[in-house]
Design a protein around this ligand. Structure first.
Ligand SMILES: Cc1ncc(C[n+]2csc(CCOP(=O)(O)OP(=O)(O)O)c2C)c(N)n1
Length: 570
């Protein structure tokens, strides 16, 4: 047990030094008048060399939060975000919702209007200090965070910081929120001393319950057609080899629907693609591993007699108001621990004859699937406007095994396979658009030596505040290749309207309202305006070389690039 002392002029200095001591490496920040004590503290640390999180400026709060999110998923560590009082919190809220639903730990902090109208250092001195105050600033995001608090004085600092960080880092992980009033940050803190290392540890993850494991293993052992469905097992990279070994040992097909991480390498013989629909009719046992929506009950569901096991850090997704999927066994554990325990139990229960049978069927199904994808690519190859399957295949053509893909939902993973754990990150199930670009910058910050490709829809890209994004990429020297699949529309909105009213007026209209994004700016020129490289591609035959040129700019010249791919609408 060691106690450290640090002479500080303010709580702000103590706060930043404490974050540095606790291993918080970055503070993704969008500043305001509430930051005065932090600005002062950082300026002093530049001279004195006190270790603190490196401040990284982002000119929009959603960008700051998304960068933190990308960094957190690529490193497994907890970043800090700081924004300006109530209004900055409002702008970052979408990022907090994304992080919450994907169990991404973030220390989300904001200033708070000075409490006092006069009479103390830091008290109100600008007119906004009245209007920006709220009765309950954290109220707007309380549903999205695991914990929130306001720092009331410097004496409590160590307890509050440690509590915030340990709650965020305990399973199920997630964002926490701390507001920091200006006078509190600006107050003196004589005799500041703290434990280093910290005496408050994050909680260990829950161990899988032996009874639930035995029950789940019995279900899987009895099944003729078991199926594993997952979207986020790969959140913990250790779960990827565990799942690969488990599926391979017992010949169980794995489907990753809208994966948020790489969960099973694309070349694994049990990898049966991205659509569980065709397997639901025959499945007699399903292991739902870290997945909130294993199927859409209104469209297609497994047979009533199919047994269903849900496993994950919060297998019931207890923060979702409604989620009624059948659940015969709910196993609370990280994906890696759940798989390890199930593997040991199933080894005892399984009939080896079943495994041999399943291998036969699996090999045939996988070959059929791969052949179908090859055919789609062949057909897509010459389509103009460019087909997203062809664009995805061309992106695969410039990737290497270490490439990190960040997908704000238009990359088709069946045409752009990845195999390395931690090589693929996609949108949170909350799907608050505007995440991808910032997340890609965060991933690049975490993995500076790896090639990062960020694939975005034109709509998603616009939500991500492109001018702020390209500025941050340049400012922080984070060369990422952005590929915009530009179909000049919100295709998802079109699909939803036509899906609900297949014979309706919108379906008959050439141009239903609120779908087409006419007169879009030249996205490549926006990237160029920030010192990057840009190309617009309309001819599918030009795409491979355009992407190769862009990759050269990113990897060799060290500058960001954007390829604006003119794609088909839906
Ligand atoms: C913050 C936010 N606002 C609105 C939406 C609703 N929304 C979902 S998908 C989508 C369209 C996305 O367009 P684009 O990225 O171009 O992809 P496309 O659907 O055309 O393939 C919209 C508007 C959302 N998910 N998040």
């Amino acid at each position: 047990m060691a106690r450290k002392e640090l002479a500080v002029d303010s709580v702000a200095e103590a706060y930043l030094a404490l974050l540095g001591d606790r291993g918080v490496e970055y503070l993704f920040a969008n500043a305001g008048t509430d930051f005065a004590p932090l600005v002062e503290a950082y300026a002093k640390f530049a001279r004195t060399g006190v270790k603190a999180p490196q401040p990284l400026l982002a000119t929009h709060e959603n960008l700051a939060f998304s960068m933190a999110h990308g960094w957190a998923v690529a490193t497994g560590k907890v970043p800090a975000v700081m924004v300006h009082v109530s209004v900055g919190t409002a702008n970052a809220l979408c990022g907090a919702l994304n992080a919450a639903r994907e169990f991404v730990p973030v220390l989300f902090t904001a200033g708070r209007s000075p409490l006092l109208e006069s009479g103390a250092p830091g008290a109100r001195d600008v007119y906004i200090h009245w209007a920006q105050e709220m009765f309950d600033q954290a109220g707007m995001l309380r549903e999205a965070v695991k914990w929130d608090y306001e720092l009331r004085n410097g004496q409590q600092l160590e307890t509050v910081v440690d509590r915030a960080l340990t709650v965020a880092a305990s399973e199920p992980k997630g964002p926490v929120y701390l507001s920091l009033p200006r006078e509190v940050l600006g107050a003196p803190l004589p005799g500041f001393a703290y434990d280093s290392p910290a005496r408050r540890a994050a909680a260990a993850p829950p161990a899988p319950d032996a009874g639930a494991v035995a029950e789940a293993a019995r279900v899987l052992a009895k099944a003729k057609n078991p199926l594993i469905v997952t979207a986020s097992a790969g959140r913990d990279p250790a779960a990827v080899p565990a799942l690969a070994a488990f599926a391979g040992r017992f010949a169980i097909p794995v489907v990753q629907h809208r994966p948020r991480y790489l969960c099973l390498p694309a070349d694994h013989p049990c990898h049966l693609g991205y659509d569980a629909g065709p397997r639901l009719d025959t499945a007699d046992a399903i292991l739902v591993l870290e997945w909130d929506v294993p199927w859409i009950p209104g469209l297609k569901a497994p047979r009533p007699e199919c047994q269903v096991i849900h496993a994950g850090v919060d297998p019931l997704f207890s923060r979702y108001p409604i989620r009624g999927f059948p659940c015969d066994v709910a196993l609370t554990a990280t994906a890696a621990a759940a798989i390890a325990a199930l593997g040991a139990a199933l080894d005892r229960d399984i009939d080896p004859g079943e495994i041999a049978d399943r291998w036969q069927r699996l090999a045939g199904e996988r070959e059929k699937l791969l052949a179908g994808w090859r055919q789609t690519r062949e057909q897509a190859k010459t389509m103009r406007p460019i087909h997203m399957a062809w664009a995805s295949a061309c992106i695969a053509g410039i990737a290497d095994p270490d490439t990190i893909f960040v997908n704000e939902y238009t990359l088709m993973p069946e045409h752009c396979p990845s195999t390395r754990p931690g090589g693929y990150f996609a949108s949170s199930p909350a799907s608050g658009l505007g995440w991808g670009g910032g997340a890609a910058l965060g991933a690049k910050l975490a993995e500076p030596d790896r090639f990062v490709v960020c694939v975005l829809g034109d709509g998603s890209h616009l939500f991500g505040n492109p001018v702020a994004l390209h500025h941050a990429a340049r400012l922080h020297k984070l060369p990422v290749l952005f590929v915009v699949m530009n179909n000049s529309q919100w295709g998802a909105v079109r699909r939803a309207a036509l899906g609900m009213y297949p014979q309706g007026e919108a379906a008959r209209s050439n141009k239903p309202p609120l779908i087409d994004l006419d007169d879009l700016p030249a996205f490549e020129a926006v990237c160029e305006a920030a010192g990057g490289y840009g190309e617009r591609v309309e001819d599918p035959a030009d795409l491979p070389t355009a992407l190769a040129r862009a990759k050269h700019e990113v990897v060799v010249e060290g500058r960001q690039a954007l390829v604006n791919v003119i794609c088909r609408g839906v």
